[in-house]
Design a protein around this ligand. Structure first.
Ligand code: SF4
Ligand code: MSK
Length: 668
């Protein structure tokens, strides 16, 4: 087979089948080079005197805007869009909770009351002596107010460490209302307004913090309240999860409100009977992008792939309906679905696509909407032609909410982050890394994600994954407990002791807010400094594509994390702006953004930062040879030598997951 621009053998098989027959983002990328002026952010089209291209002798635009101003303005608009996307998603979840609290959304109910009460505490909502619905109503109203707050700062900032809150106050970047910061950033970037790159970047930080500690965190928390807080479960990933003899429905996008109902409708006996009446053996649900992560984390629905798999899923000819909501949905799906029998179904009034069927989804009659969508897919089963489903899939364990991570380190009564902190302090775990974000067709699909994760775990770095990087990691077996064999000896011992894979799946891209919570818990547990910026931890986005990733990177940096992107800088046209975002932010916030397209160097930089932080904390110097001769592995060897070997249950994660989910039943 000729080589294709993907590490994923299922993707390569489909790209081979598509060659010369159907267009994909891979073939379109080959046919169109990126614009080099735009890539460096040196094009300004913020007024009709331009567009101005600040290249060659043109050091300023017609209005005199400098390269640094133009680059910072372009970056700011991307962050504003990314923060808006996440936050608007979060707002929709709040509206769903409001409808549930008012009894207007009968298809949903509150699944995690303990989390509702915890969120109520963060938002200063009284809980004592009140019904769940009363609390939920106040929580929803207070949460909505966070979006429109005109003065003061986000309530959730109280969840950050005290030193972090002080840094934000000192640096004057406390976010007011989420909407206010996004609108203000759009205002600042209007022609002739904010023309100081540093001030523009501070505006980015306020909007991005409004995303991470506001819109996204509320989105994650209230999704858990409504749909259940994830705990580990097993599933599979890749195009091989599609089935030849069942109606395949693929959910794609981000909003769990829609996908939760699709999951429920797909198990409705009446619907299953209807599928059988049309000659199918049942209904097979699969996911793409972050909707995949939402339904995987809570129901074990298998992801068919990540961002660059969306067209390839349709090209199998086996997908009766692809049901989409918001974000990361390629417009090309509309034309492509017409070349096959697939129904592309848009569901959000905010995201219609010319050529797709639009079934508007509303939480007030959600279940009926979902059943209508599934029936449409079933009716389409008879139109299926020849199929080509790559027989490639891989097992995985997903569902590590921060609540579960705390629970797995001591159980319900003694849960804490102490064992993890102790393992880091002792050097068993060298440090922590979050590997997050998208695919980007300008690099080999999944290769930077895979290379980064492999190198990190070999170097005893515990990795948490989210978004399309999580599905990418899963495809290569990294989310299987057995993969701990590939980890360094110290990390392997910890994984064996706790019963986790060396790479833990934490959720969707909105769930990067869970990473802020995990890191804050590590910092407040003690022994590793007092703040996120003290921790031997890094954030890495190897294959970013979306503007949301830039917002995520900005809020991680402003929260104290050194954050690396594996692509060229979108601020490359101004070394001064790049320096402000890396060195300037490192000095002011203890975290910064670095763009390093050479993945070998990116890994070196990540490990160097972890080691620097270990040194600053006065921790034992990391030594890869120190551990590996204790725990279960040693016991196995002893038993083997004694000739009395009986297989040990190394992977208690399965039992722990069952125990956790027993109290958190996910049936809708
Ligand atoms: Fe050109 Fe200035 Fe107008 Fe931008 S704002 S297009 S740099 S004149
Ligand atoms: S879906 S934002 S491609 S992670 Fe969240 Fe994947 Fe990136 Fe979209």
């Amino acid at each position: 087979m000729p080589s294709y621009n993907s590490l994923d053998s299922a993707a390569c098989e489909m790209l081979s089948a598509c060659e010369g027959v159907v267009e994909t983002s891979f073939s379109r990328a080959d046919a169109m080079l990126p614009c080099s002026i735009g890539a460096d952010a040196l094009c300004c089209r913020h007024c009709a005197m331009g567009p101005c291209r600040l290249i060659g002798p043109h050091m300023t635009g017609v209005c005199g805007a400098t390269r640094s101003t133009v680059v910072a303005r372009n970056f700011a608009r991307a962050v504003a869009a990314g923060a808006a996307a996440h936050s608007d998603h979060g707002r929709d979840i709040v509206f769903a909770l409001l409808a549930v609290a008012k009894g207007e959304a009968k298809s949903f109910r509150i699944r995690d009351e303990a989390k509702l009460r915890e969120v109520a505490g963060h938002l200063n909502v009284k809980t004592e002596g009140r019904t769940t619905e009363e609390i939920a109503l106040d929580v929803a109203e207070k949460a909505l107010a966070e979006f429109g707050k005109q003065t003061g700062s986000l309530s959730y900032f109280r969840r950050a460490t005290i030193p972090r809150q002080e840094i934000w106050r000192e640096q004057r970047v406390m976010t007011r209302g989420i909407d206010r910061e996004v609108v203000e950033l759009m205002h600042r970037t209007h022609m002739g307004t904010d023309q100081d790159p540093k001030n523009l970047l501070d505006g980015c930080i306020r909007a991005a913090l409004g995303d991470g500690w506001g819109g996204s965190m509320l989105g994650t928390d209230l999704s858990d309240v409504l749909f259940g807080t994830p705990s580990p479960l097993k599933s599979k990933v890749n195009l091989g999860v599609l089935k030849d003899d069942e109606v395949n429905v693929v959910v794609h996008g981000h909003d769990p409100i829609l996908s939760e109902m699709i999951v429920a409708a797909s198990t409705d006996p009446e619907i299953i009977e209807y599928a059988k009446s049309k000659g199918a053996n049942g209904i097979n649900l699969a996911g793409i992008c972050c909707t995949a992560n939402e339904v995987l984390m809570r129901h074990g629905i298998p992801p068919a792939g990540n961002f660059l798999s969306q067209e390839l899923a349709i090209a199998t000819g086996a997908v009766e309906a692809m049901v989409v909501d918001v974000q990361c949905i390629m417009q090309a799906l509309a034309k492509l679905s017409q070349q096959f029998h697939t129904k592309l179904i848009t569901t959000s009034p905010k995201a219609k696509i010319e050529g797709a069927d639009h079934f508007e989804f509303d939480e007030h009659h959600a279940y009926e909407d979902a059943k209508k969508i599934i029936r449409t897919a079933i009716d389409n089963y008879g139109n299926r032609g020849k199929t080509k489903i790559p027989q490639v899939n891989e097992a995985l364990v997903a569902g590590f909410s921060h609540e579960y991570i705390r629970y797995m380190q001591g159980g319900h009564f003694r849960g804490s982050f102490r064992p993890l902190n102790d393992a880091i302090a002792a050097g068993r775990i060298r440090g922590l890394a979050a590997v997050v974000g998208c695919n980007n067709v300008r690099v080999t699909h999944d290769a930077p994600i895979s290379q980064t994760i492999k190198a990190l775990i070999e170097n005893d770095v515990l990795v948490a994954v989210t978004g399309c990087a999580a599905s990418g990691a899963a495809k290569y077996g990294y989310l299987k407990p057995e993969f701990m064999e590939q980890a360094g000896a110290g990390l392997r011992e910890v994984c064996e002791a706790i019963g986790i894979p060396p790479v833990i799946h934490v959720g969707s891209c909105v769930d990067n807010s869970r990473l802020l919570t995990i890191l804050t818990e590590c910092a407040t547990e003690g022994g590793l400094g007092e703040d996120i910026s003290d921790l031997p931890a890094v954030g890495i986005c190897p294959e970013y594509m979306s503007e949301k990733a830039l917002s995520i990177g900005t809020y991680c940096a402003a929260s104290g994390a050194y954050t690396l992107f594996g692509l060229p800088s979108p601020a490359a046209g101004s070394p001064a702006v790049m320096d402000m975002m890396l060195n300037g932010w490192m000095e002011r916030f203890g975290g910064g953004i670095d763009f390093e397209p050479d993945i070998d160097k990116l890994i070196e930089k990540a490990l160097a930062h972890i080691d620097l932080k270990r040194k600053e904390l006065g921790l034992t110097e990391y030594d890869p040879e120190r551990y590996g001769q204790s725990g279960d592995r040693l016991m196995e060897e002893i038993l083997e030598q004694a000739g009395d070997f009986a297989p040990l249950n190394l992977y208690s994660v399965k039992d722990a997951a069952a125990a956790a989910s027993a109290g958190n039943k996910q049936t809708v």
